[in-house]
Design a protein around this ligand. Structure first.
Ligand code: F6R
Ligand code: MG
Ligand code: MG
Length: 364
């Protein structure tokens, strides 16, 4: 069994929150190279999405393994030190704990991990996002695994016809529930259509029980109890055979749907699919970005990546995203561009209310 772990954190931005500095990536590369030489990792790939450092690792230690999580944590801590020295922006921003305590969950970094029996050929796509929250995966995962208008394989591929099950988490109440698609999609959509609270954590193949997709569902704001940045989530999806084809997995991103995040984590904006080198959210700190790194696994080795959105067939989605961004921006400080009061990650409401104390009077 191989485990694919993607652990990510924003440990410092360059410039502002727009991107990552190459020296930070080089340092992370050194840390993981050492772990590979020591035999802890089978393989790794270091990349970034916007200002988030992404550690993609394969190993045989299983999910939530202390050594793997410590490796990621230590790499982030070293990176944050360098970021501080270089004066990068928000150095150490996602490292919410002072010391490692067995597992990076709840400590700030985002985690998506899956353990599985590698198939003779194992294509996987790792989606990475910046300037948005984990609910951003709900619509694409629904389309990939439950919508025949997106995934024709659900209709015409005998090995996918029995459908997929979705584990959905209620991040406010800390509860989870599993839905079977297609027969429970109406029940499921009442929840996952509200992505600020209900997030798809994983998807499994119903006939084989095999894991198909896993997302990171940490909500930094809920962990810290105050604003500490958007989650900037990741999601791993297995492709082909009993799973959707690579093209069916990428297809949902041809529509740049509106997600939460963008400037000050307090706006709705279009989710723009871009090549990794173009994941530098700049206009109004956005619009939110999604990148896709494709790999073939071979005995746990990461053959790749192929930069999956580096393709002209996504030009129209980018164009549409720019038009949607402009349309949303013209709302300025008004909803629905601005998030509802309780979802904003920055607010002055308590201070303003206090200042106005006594000036609010009852309506007639
Ligand atoms: C959104 C984000 C940025 C910052 C903004 C202000 O997720 O990271 O839009 O919120 O640039 O940043 P601070 O408060 O760090 O100056
Ligand atoms: Mg940042
Ligand atoms: Mg970020």
């Amino acid at each position: 069994m191989v485990t694919l772990s993607v652990i990510k954190a924003d440990i410092g931005g360059y410039v502002g929150h727009s991107s990552s500095h190459p020296d930070i990536l080089a340092l992370a590369q050194e840390c993981l190279e050492k772990a590979k030489k020591d035999g802890l990792l089978i393989d790794y790939h270091v990349t970034r999405c916007g200002d988030d450092l992404q550690l993609i690792m394969t190993h045989e230690q299983g999910e939530e393994n202390e050594r793997i999580h410590k490796l990621a944590w230590d790499t982030f801590v070293e990176g944050a030190e360098l970021a501080r020295k270089m004066g990068l922006y928000g150095a150490g921003q996602d490292l919410l704990a002072d010391a490692f305590s067995g597992n990076v969950k709840g400590m700030g970094p985002g985690v998506a991990e899956m353990q599985f029996e590698e198939r003779p050929s194992e294509p996987v796509i790792i989606f990475m996002a910046d300037k948005t929250s984990a609910g951003a995966w709900n619509m694409p995962l629904y389309k990939m695994f439950a919508d025949p208008f997106n995934t024709i394989g659900l209709v015409i591929a005998p090995n996918m016809h029995s459908g997929f099950s979705f584990e959905v988490q209620d991040v406010k109440e800390h509860k989870k529930v599993t839905f079977n698609a297609p027969e429970e999609i109406y029940d499921m959509l009442i929840f996952i259509g509200a992505p600020s609270r209900y997030m798809v954590k994983s998807v499994s193949q119903r006939e084989t029980g095999n894991i198909a997709a896993v997302s990171s569902t940490q909500r930094l704001a809920l962990i810290a109890g105050r604003y500490v940045g958007k989650d900037d989530p990741v999601c791993i999806v297995r492709a082909q055979g009993e799973f959707p084809a690579v093209g069916e997995i990428l297809e949902p991103f041809s529509h740049p749907h509106l997600v939460e995040g963008w400037m000050r984590g307090s706006h709705h904006g279009p989710f723009m699919p871009v090549a990794i080198h173009e994941s530098n959210p700049s206009r109004f700190d956005g619009p939110p970005r999604v990148t896709a790194a494709g790999f073939q696994l071979a005995g746990g080795k990461l053959v790749g990546p192929r930069d999956m959105f580096d393709d002209p067939s996504f030009d129209e989605a980018r164009h549409m995203a720019n038009i949607a961004a402009e349309y949303m921006r013209r709302h300025g400080p008004f909803e629905p561009h601005r998030l509802p009061l309780e979802e904003m990650e920055y607010t002055t409401m308590p201070y303003v209310m206090k200042k106005l104390e006594g000036r609010f009077t009852d309506l007639e």
